[in-house]
Design a protein around this ligand. Structure first.
Ligand code: CA
Length: 270
């Protein structure tokens, strides 16, 4: 076993001829937002995985400016090895990495039962990326280019939510959804879902018994478009899910919370 687990800064994988040093800047001066994290008893620790040096530098400074302690990695392997050691309050993970991509990093972490919230960075505002990320176990996204304020606000939300262990297979009574195999079944009987229906159901299962706002669903499954038309899309897909999944239950599985959104109710687990 590796006994070298002291708290000294951990050199991260060399990249582009430079050694990045984790915890760099951790002791820098206090700033206004620092209180926000210290108010929770200690400084929050983040892992930042981003291969582009300039972007990484900007992000690290921004995160440290908000009071976080930041470890950084410039590739997927470096990120994985740091994240597997655990202890991060959240992970900011770029998708496009030179070795192991962000999806893979995310998947491997979840398989290893590392449940730190993961905020993915994507340059591609593509539905496929978002869905692949959700399948891999990511919690949220920002699309480059983004405002630092937006990233910080998403991070705070994720950290507040904490890191409840998420089983590889999501269940609600007899309903099972396996993100790895993309199989949904009810009482052992497979249910055919389209890709977006799957993403929607998976999102609801991740937040079972919580009220999930339409906007959150939109952002996770369809991207940042929030016009009237896309809002109707959520309702249309909820209707599809009710038809395919809900009818198998003897009570409504997906509740509409008027004026807010939806709740996937799993009575046996309440
Ligand atoms: Ca990248």
């Amino acid at each position: 076993m590796n006994s070298n687990t002291a708290k000294a800064p951990v050199p991260v994988a060399a990249h582009g001829g430079r050694n990045l040093v984790a915890c760099e800047g951790a002791l820098r001066g206090r700033r206004a937002d620092e209180r926000r994290t210290e108010g929770m008893g200690r400084r929050m620790r983040l892992l930042l995985v981003e291969d582009e040096a300039k972007m990484r530098g900007v992000l690290r400074r921004g995160l440290e400016g908000a009071g976080y302690t930041v470890d950084e990695a410039a590739d997927g392997h470096g990120g994985l090895s740091l994240a597997l050691d655990g202890g991060y309050d959240a992970i900011v993970l770029d998708i496009m990495l030179p070795d192991v991509d962000g999806f893979d990093v995310c998947r491997r972490l979840r398989q290893a039962e590392v449940w730190a919230p993961i905020l993915m960075l994507t340059a591609l505002d593509a539905v496929e990326d978002r869905i692949s990320g959700l399948d891999a176990g990511a919690d949220d996204y920002v699309v480059k280019p983004f405002a630092l304020g937006e990233l910080l606000s998403r991070l705070r939300a994720l950290i507040r939510r904490g890191r409840p262990p998420r089983p590889a297979i999501l269940t609600c009574g007899s309903l099972k959804l396996d993100p790895a195999t993309r199989v949904v079944s009810w009482d052992g009987e497979p249910i055919e879902l389209s890709r977006r229906e799957f993403a929607l159901l998976e999102f609801l299962l991740h937040h079972r018994n919580e009220v999930v706002q339409r906007n959150r669903i939109l952002r996770h499954v369809w991207g940042d478009r929030t016009d009237e038309q896309t809002s109707n899309i959520v309702d249309a897909f909820i209707k599809n899910l009710r038809h395919k999944v809900d009818r198998r239950f003897d009570h409504p599985l997906i509740e509409t919370v008027r004026g807010v959104g939806f709740r996937l109710r799993c009575p046996a687990e309440e």
